[in-house]
Design a protein around this ligand. Structure first.
Ligand code: ADP
Length: 434
């Protein structure tokens, strides 16, 4: 039953219509349906009275009543509305006139007045329809006062009640639809406001992140250029010396100068590759997750290291777990820490111990070395870009490795820190989610 009611109610409603249009169509369908039902309720009364004329009249009325519903069904929405507010008004007047004082159906003009406002937006249409309603109303009053009614005898208590109920039902349906709609709008508005608020918060957060990224970028550009200046200056001054000595024919220090130039160029190359690598870690990019067997990671790093490090290395490691993380990023962090453990070490043999501890939802990996160690005051600073505690002549480097490791670990929702004492080796800790 409900299904059929919904179907009839939505006759002629198309999703492309505006909400107001849809409302008008469903409202008219509901009014017509209610009128048809109420008119049918008159059948038993007329049948019991044996009043066939009244029965024929009511069936004729029903025929005229159903027309807007049919027009809506065929998507002739405007025709349906015009019919209801023009033809129906005239038809209604004819019924009132023919039934005379006994029917007293003047209140039904109220429905036409309301639907005129709801169905028609243009003022000219409204003025025309209101004029028609008023004219029809006064005509019915004048006619019933001056002329005898044809069907006065047909009007009994049931007819009057049904007529009254018809008017009342139409008004109730109209009010109900608009009250429901306004509630629905209120709810939608509330949801939309909440949505806007959450978007605003999101935008504020993004703006803050953007400002921070801008600041970082500025710092990054400043420090990068500043650090690149040193090897460039070295190369420039030694090329000046080379050209001066070549002009003089003095080739005694040439090899030494060329060595410095080469060193400067190497340093520049190292800086450029590291800066590039660092700049490619994007904080906001989505990180691809996969199974990372850390035993493979470590053995891959060691094979690579052994191919270009002459220093004897003793690595002690337990069987490491498998993480769900990003292989390239984890590899980069492990490589940096292992390389540093070997590089910042003056012992004949670099001892490195790789271990881990299991927490509920994370692992803490430790990289312990017997290297030169780091004084406590630098434990935070070494994670800043280009922060180096040793000269380039002692240990080659760019000062980016740990800054990059920190950025990566934080991107993976982890943490990096160390315990160390100068001269007593260091232990770097990396906490990563399982
Ligand atoms: P780089 O090694 O290129 O200089 P890093 O960012 O990796 O850059 O390291 C920053 C500084 O931290 C290094 O210059 C070094 O002074 C210090 N450092 C890093 N790892 C160790 C370590 N295992 N032992 C002692 N010092 C270290």
């Amino acid at each position: 039953m409900q299904k059929y009611y919904q179907k009839i109610k939505n006759f002629g409603v198309t999703p492309s219509d505006s909400r107001r249009e849809q409302q008008g169509t469903t409202l008219l369908n509901q009014i017509i349906l209610a009128l048809l039902i109420l008119q049918t309720l008159l059948y038993p009364d007329f049948l019991l009275q044996g009043n066939t004329t009244a029965l024929i009249i009511i069936i004729t009325i029903q025929f005229f009543t159903i027309i807007p519903l049919i027009l809506n069904y065929f998507h002739k929405k405007n025709a349906a509305r015009c019919y209801f507010n023009i033809v129906f008004v005239i038809f209604m007047t004819a019924i009132i006139c023919s039934h005379g004082e006994a029917l007293k159906a003047d209140s039904s003009y109220l429905i036409f007045a309301i639907t005129t406002i709801l169905f028609f937006q243009k003022s000219i249409h409204r003025i025309f329809l209101f004029s028609l309603i008023i004219a029809a109303y006064f005509f019915s009053i004048y006619y019933t006062a001056h002329y005898p009614a044809i069907f006065e005898a047909h009007v009994n208590f049931t007819t009057k009640t049904i007529m009254f109920l018809a008017t009342l039902t139409c008004i109730v349906i109209t009010i109900n639809q608009f009250v429901n709609e306004s509630f629905a709008y209120e709810k939608k508005l509330e949801v939309a406001l909440k949505d806007i608020k959450s978007h605003q918060i999101e935008i504020t957060k993004q703006n803050e992140a953007l400002a921070q990224a801008n600041q970082e970028l500025e710092r990054f550009a400043y420090i990068s250029s500043h650090n690149l200046k040193t090897p460039v200056r070295t190369i420039r001054s030694f090329t000046d010396l080379v050209s001066r000595d070549v002009k003089k024919g003095n080739l005694e220090h040439l090899e030494e100068y060329l060595g410095f130039i080469k060193q400067g160029a190497n340093q520049m190359q190292l800086l450029i590759t590291d800066i590039l690598e660092y700049s490619q870690i994007n904080q906001n990019s989505s990180i691809q997750q996969e199974n990372v067997d850390l035993n493979n990671t470590v053995s891959f790093i060691l094979t690579q290291l052994k191919s270009f490090t002459e220093k004897p290395i003793a690595i002690e490691t337990t069987v490491l777990p498998t993480l769900v993380s990003n292989k390239t990023l984890v590899n980069s962090v492990f490589q940096n820490l292992i390389e540093n453990a070997i590089k910042y070490n003056q012992n004949t043999k670099a001892n490195i111990k790789i271990d881990y501890e299991t927490l509920e939802d994370a692992y803490i990996f430790s990289f312990k070395d017997n290297g030169i160690g780091i004084s406590k005051e630098y434990h935070d600073k070494i994670f800043n870009m280009f922060e180096r505690l040793n000269s380039n002549s002692d240990y080659e480097g760019s000062g980016i490795g740990l800054a990059m490791s920190k950025k990566i670990v934080e991107n993976l929702n982890g943490r990096i820190w160390l315990t160390s004492e100068e001269g007593k080796g260091s232990t770097f800790f990396v906490k990563l989610p399982k």
